[in-house]
Design a binder for this molecule. Structure first.
Ligand code: TXA
Ligand code: MG
Length: 327
């Protein structure tokens, strides 16, 4: 599918495609999104089909205008404080749907809540403004696979299933937005992401992190095997075998082994590590057809601190390492 520069003309074209019910991949500060008109059932159905996504998993409505917040959801004081501090930015708020909410029922998977966010990326904001309404956008990858942080990742993953890919280069944050449930008095993090628990707590005081329950997912996207590379992943590795690739964090000269190595951040910077996470996992991961030419058969990952963005990084790594049917 065409990867095009995000020029004003191409953004206008992308907005026209969205109005026509088509799908457009666009950059956000976190990962690339697969966008469709959030009010168009058919466009939303196409998103689910393109991703091969279970239909109970609801989508985030992306907006560029604060006024849209009240059109879509019933806001509250907590939401307003967070929006003031973190929007545009990698924070998604789950709130009760507004009475006249125009978003397709399919997009919210029939829930009476809706996830909303304002992305901090000029191309995303220009596209949303040119389109003039909410855009539903999951990460632009096949369901359960690694999220895309470059337009090439989108093309590899979705190929002919997307009508246009707007090129905004590499994404900056690299992990998805934090999903925060504000539907009950106690704010709950459903998915750790680009805005850290510490940042949220500096505004709200103590914030809960939802306990992941496989049988009754509150955020239905929290399925165990997700972000799955082809190769098995071993976490908290203090050394690597000769048939393992090693994904490092921080100084790694003392760490032994590894047929091949990449370092998420040699200086131990979690922000840099988050930005590199998905693309480095992709580089180390080899689909079955290519396996014979690579020495390694699995990926070992050094420990990542569980603070700040490390929460989101560890969350994605744990999912990537979860048991799955090997292909
Ligand atoms: O950074 C991001 O959030 C990216 C970019 C493209 O904006 N989008 C993204 O979307 O990661 P997606 O669809 O891959 O993940 C959305 C997450 C899922 O875990 C989903 O279950 C949760 O948000 N979610 C959506 N609507 C929800 C709702 N009403 N209640 C609870 N969780 C919800
Ligand atoms: Mg996703």
């Amino acid at each position: 599918m065409p990867i095009v520069p995000a020029s004003p003309a191409m953004i206008a074209k992308a907005a026209a495609l969205l109005r026509d019910g088509k799908l457009v991949a666009f950059p956000t500060e976190t990962v690339y999104g697969l966008g469709g008109d959030a009010t168009n059932d058919r466009a939303i159905a196409n998103i689910f089909e393109a991703k091969g996504r279970p239909e109970f998993n609801p989508l985030i409505a992306h907006i560029a205008d604060m006024h849209d917040l009240d059109a879509l959801v019933i806001s509250n004081e907590t939401a307003r404080r967070l929006v003031e501090q973190f929007w545009p930015g990698p924070l998604t708020l789950v709130l009760p749907k507004a009475k006249e909410c125009p978003v397709s029922l399919l997009a919210s998977a029939g829930l009476d809540t809706l996830a909303v966010r304002m992305p901090a990326h000029p191309v995303a904001l220009d596209l949303l403004r040119a389109f003039g309404g909410p855009v539903a956008a999951p990460s632009a990858n096949a369901s359960g696979k690694l999220s895309p942080t470059s337009p090439q990742h989108v093309a590899e993953s979705l190929n002919d299933k997307v009508d246009l890919i707007l090129d905004g280069g590499q994404t900056i944050v690299g992990v998805e937005s934090t999903v925060l449930d504000l539907t009950s008095p106690k704010a709950t993090i459903l998915r750790p992401g680009g805005v850290t628990q510490e940042q949220l707590e500096s505004i709200l005081g103590p914030v809960r992190l939802s306990v992941h329950d496989e049988t009754a997912p509150k955020s239905p996207g929290m399925l165990s095997s997700h972000y799955a590379p082809h190769l098995p992943l071993r976490l908290n590795a203090s050394s690597a075998a000769d048939d393992e690739a090693l994904l490092c964090f921080g100084p790694d000269t003392h760490v032994k082994g590894g047929a091949m190595r990449l370092n998420l951040s040699a200086k131990g910077d979690l922000k840099e590590a988050a930005a590199n996470l998905f693309s480095m996992l992709r580089q180390l991961d080899q689909p079955p057809v290519h396996r014979s030419i690579f020495v390694h058969r699995s990926i070992a990952v050094m420990p990542i601190p569980r603070t700040g963005l490390g929460m989101a990084i560890n969350d994605r790594l744990q999912r990537a390492a979860a048991p799955r049917i090997l292909d």
